[in-house]
Design a protein around this ligand. Structure first.
Ligand code: PFF
Length: 451
């Protein structure tokens, strides 16, 4: 058996977990889902869910992972041997696979945009020209596939370097730079002509737009963004040192994640309205908007190169955490060498990723009920698999894991967080399972749909 790696320091742990949670989910998915769900109300619900529901789930996953010191499936077999809980682990591995299949397509788009930025392709173009060239790229078929495969190769190369040298070394330098750049872009967007409409869209809630599905979408977005409900945080929790204060790591990571999402909203929506782009353009939204921002910014050429490079890195650090879920399982449970596990997984994702890319071509046959394979993977993972996974994970942490063990993990044997622990445990045991279940049952239509 290969030796288990672990994160070397607090900053390293925060950077690595932050690398997993901060990714395309914040910069690409958050604006498009918020745009489709009416903006401000969605964001309000998303924020409440992130603080009240997602942070306790993240701590539950860390506790399970660190208590077991195993991959996401092995953790359940170690902590509850001979039970059916292992299926939660398997479901998480399947979810990682589904997410990777569409995630690497968007990672590929970021890669293509990096190339376009280097070649200075956005300068001097009108919003219509930018849209036409992007749509042409997606519809072409083979170009997105090549970028998807290149993106998978790049992720694979980093993960081959192992936990500490690979993941930790890169993320701790690059993530703070991304943060500062986004802040600059948000400030710039707010100065654009017509930006107020975007600000109003982000800040003025219209409660008539809330439905059960809005809430489930916000839940799904929060889980996706914080990499919850599928074992990634169990796997990363297993790499946390015993003396690490997981509440601090969790709080820092969650705050950074939420801040990056809100900053990208602030960078994108004023520009969306200023350039006359439809806020509910779906997965294309950010890729239609960003080039316009850069084309009118002074120093836009250089900034676009830096931005797409960082977006690409943010996507890579998230995709390696998804790969890590599958690879840690294969090495520890199936006793396959790390190299082989990575090679098998990467090959499989190249195939499913290419199919997802092809399904984005207009009139593609890779659709079910009018939804592309890409959209299906996206909504299946966020709106079904992750909420269900999170439900079972909190049930496990709240009702199966012994209370003393949970407390010892979360408070480092009563060293800190003693007052907040009972609150978190109450949320984990009662509130969160009920909320997820109700939302879920509402969505599958068991109560008839909410208005
Ligand atoms: N949280 C990542 C993002 O926001 O881009 C996506 C993700 C990574 C989801 C890892 C799940 C996961 F296990």
């Amino acid at each position: 058996m290969e030796k288990r790696g672990s994160f070397g320091s607090r900053f390293g742990a925060v950077a690595a977990v932050g690398g997993s949670v901060i990714g395309l989910g914040n910069i690409w998915r958050f604006p498009y889902i918020a745009g489709e769900n009416g903006g401000a109300v969605f964001i309000l619900i998303y924020l409440s869910i992130s603080f009240l529901i997602s942070i306790p789930i993240m701590l539950s996953e860390f506790s399970i992972g660190r208590a077991a010191r195993r991959n996401s499936m092995g953790a359940f077999t170690r902590l509850a041997p001979g039970t059916q809980w292992k299926w939660v682990g398997y479901a998480g591995i399947l979810t990682a696979f589904i997410i990777l299949s569409f995630y690497c397509v968007i990672g590929g788009w970021a890669f293509e945009f990096l190339k376009e930025s280097i070649l200075n392709q956005f300068q001097g173009k009108t919003p219509d020209q930018i849209e036409a060239s992007f749509k042409g790229f997606v519809a072409c078929g083979w170009r997105p596939i090549i970028w998807t495969v290149l993106f998978i190769i790049a992720s694979t190369a980093i993960i081959l370097a192992g936990v500490q040298q690979g993941i930790e070394r890169y993320t701790k330098i690059l993530m703070p730079i991304l943060f500062i750049l986004l802040l600059g872009m948000a400030i710039n967007s707010l100065t654009l002509e017509g930006a107020q409409k975007g600000v109003a869209f982000l800040l003025k809630p219209d409660f008539s737009k809330v439905s059960g599905s809005t809430v489930l979408q916000a839940l799904g977005q929060s889980f996706f963004s914080m990499s919850l409900g599928m074992g990634a945080m169990i796997t990363y929790g297993s790499y946390l040192r015993k003396e690490e204060k997981m509440m601090k790591v969790g709080a820092l990571v969650a705050l950074s994640d939420i801040t990056v999402a809100i900053l990208s909203g602030l960078a994108i929506f004023p520009a969306v309205f200023s350039f006359g782009i439809n806020p509910s353009s779906g997965p294309d939204l950010v890729f239609l908007t960003l080039p316009n921002i850069f084309s009118q910014m002074s120093g836009g050429h250089l900034l676009s190169i830096v931005f797409f490079f960082l977006l690409f890195i943010a996507a890579i650090t998230s995709s390696i955490s998804l790969l890590e879920v599958i690879v840690a399982y294969m090495t520890e449970e199936l006793h396959i060498t790390r190299k082989r596990a990575i090679a098998y997984t990467a090959t499989a994702i190249c195939i499913t990723g290419s199919l997802c890319a092809l399904s984005m071509i207009p009139d593609s046959i890779l659709t079910i009920d009018g939804k592309s394979l890409f959209d299906l993977c996206d909504s299946l993972s966020s709106n079904i698999m992750m909420p269900l996974g999170a439900l079972f994970i909190v049930l496990f942490a709240g009702w199966v894991l012994s209370p003393i063990r949970l407390r010892n993990e979360m408070t480092n044997h009563l060293q800190y967080g003693i007052t907040i622990f009972p609150v978190i445990r109450f949320m984990i045991r009662f509130v969160i399972p009920v909320v997820i279940l109700l939302l879920f049952l509402n969505q599958v239509g068991l109560f008839g749909r909410l208005p």
